[in-house]
Write a protein that binds this ligand. Structure first.
Ligand code: ATP
Ligand code: MG
Length: 426
């Protein structure tokens, strides 16, 4: 048994760590619900074909990072590496035309076979938001503002928003002609991955992480110079509206993003505090994806936030759990069964109630309550139980005496009064 371990690149999240996760998730979910965005849940396991067609065969994600296997029926299955393709599939399959405008979010594990390091795992988690059916630049602005506000609500500072435009299909075809000419001239200076992509998917080369290739690319033709007037206008409208909202941005012409389906706007939010895995949020417009996947022509835009990186950035104050309101110290046969009843009643008041199940001595149970920093304690032993009452007291040494009360198990009015005065129960 000793050598059974979790797989490399996966992690166990233990109760103490999950306090921060849950606090972060709560803030995120509140902001999503205030923005009237609805949740969607799709399977973690999908047909491999979905990602090949949706994300693109030549992307790093599909060509190197997928967890793909044959199931017992010889079907090729893949653990989802991202959420957008699955959302698009689910919408097409469930009849997108009956509901052509949707604002959706999802949250859950994703899987990519990558080299694990700080902020990079093989099983990691993403929060994704997709605005389906929205064409106007205002949807870009709303979705970027949403990502920005979620990070702001978590108290994360020193964020950088980087934006770029990838134009539409036509713009890219025009660009590709000159880019291909340039690539063939400069072929020998590129890394071998990029050389292989020249004939398969040359635009992917722009996303190369190879330092030498990146340097050579600085002299390549720029996609920006091949944009139509319409695409230019869209991009400058985006910049203007971000300025109106006072969301600061930097333009990054090299921002391509790792998935094939993007058109027009691409954006990333980075934070220096994350070191080399600096991107916490990546997103963009994908107007052609749903059509390419067999659905009706449907514009869309979305982003994904990496939750592990978000947790690294969120403040220490989110590591603090909500205190136990009442710790029930109990001992003796009758007392123990009455204590369960009492705990259930108190939980109906939306209080956090811990029932000690140890059967240990009063002093040991007392110590445990102290360690938990419970706001108050209830003491019930067989003497109290015989009289059908219990003692409740604030666990605050200074106000020890005057905050103690003996209450009958049947006297809910007295109990509620005590709770409202001492635990601000409403
Ligand atoms: P990176 O350049 O860091 O590999 P990416 O472009 O592959 O990121 P996306 O596919 O855009 O990432 O995913 C959106 C976000 O999900 C990233 O910005 C990051 O925060 C997070 N993410 C992606 N891959 C991982 C991973 N292996 N481990 C943890 N978080 C990840
Ligand atoms: Mg990646």
């Amino acid at each position: 048994m000793n050598n059974l371990k979790n797989l490399r690149g996966t992690v166990d999240l233990l109760p103490d760590q999950l306090i921060k996760w849950q606090n972060v998730e709560k803030i995120v979910l509140e902001q999503l619900s205030r923005s009237s965005i609805k949740e969607i849940r799709t399977p973690i396991l999908e047909m491999t074909e979905l990602f090949i067609r949706g994300i693109g065969e030549e992307t790093d994600v599909v060509s190197k990072e997928m967890y793909t296997f044959l199931d017992r029926g010889e079907r090729s299955c893949t653990l989802r590496p991202e959420g957008t393709a699955s959302v698009a599939r689910a919408l097409i399959q469930n009849g997108i035309s009956s509901n052509p405008h949707q604002k959706l979010w999802y949250m859950g594990p994703m899987f990519r076979y990558e080299r694990p390091q700080a902020g990079r795992q093989r099983q990691f988690h993403q929060l994704g938001v997709e605005f389906i059916g929205y064409q106007s630049v205002r949807s870009e602005v709303e979705i970027i503002a949403l990502a920005w506000d979620i990070l702001g609500k978590l108290g994360i500072k020193e964020l950088n928003l980087e934006i770029n435009t990838l134009g539409d299909l036509n713009d890219r075809l025009n660009f590709q002609k000159s880019f291909l000419k340039w690539l063939n001239i400069n072929k020998d200076s590129l890394d071998s991955d990029s050389q292989n992509r020249i004939n398969k998917n040359p635009l992917r080369i722009l996303d190369s992480k190879n330092i030498q290739t990146k340097k050579v690319l600085e002299n390549a033709p720029r996609l920006f110079n091949f944009l139509s007037d319409k695409s230019h206008k869209r991009y400058s409208d985006l910049k203007n509206q971000l300025e109106v909202l006072q969301i600061p941005y930097v333009e990054n012409f090299n921002l391509v993003r790792g998935l094939d389906y993007y058109t027009h706007t691409a954006f990333e939010i980075t934070c220096g505090a994350l070191g080399s895995q600096a991107t916490v949020c990546g997103g963009g417009r994908y107007d052609d994806l749903i059509k390419q996947m067999g659905g009706p022509n449907t514009p869309a835009i979305g982003f994904a936030i990496g939750l592990e990186r978000l947790i690294l950035l969120a403040g220490k104050e989110l590591e603090v759990p909500r205190n136990t309101d009442i710790y029930i110290i109990n001992q003796g046969l009758i007392a123990e069964s009455l204590a369960i009843d009492l705990a259930r009643k108190l939980r109906n008041y939306d209080l956090i109630v811990e029932l000690d199940l140890s059967g240990a001595s009063f002093s040991k149970q007392f110590k445990k309550a102290n360690k938990l920093r419970s706001k108050s304690i209830i003491i019930i032993g067989d003497d109290e139980a015989a009289k059908k009452e219990f003692t409740i007291r604030l666990f605050d040494k200074e106000s020890f005496d005057n905050k103690e009360e003996v209450i009958s198990l049947e006297n809910d009015i007295k109990l509620e009064k005590w709770l409202s005065i001492n635990l601000s129960f409403k």
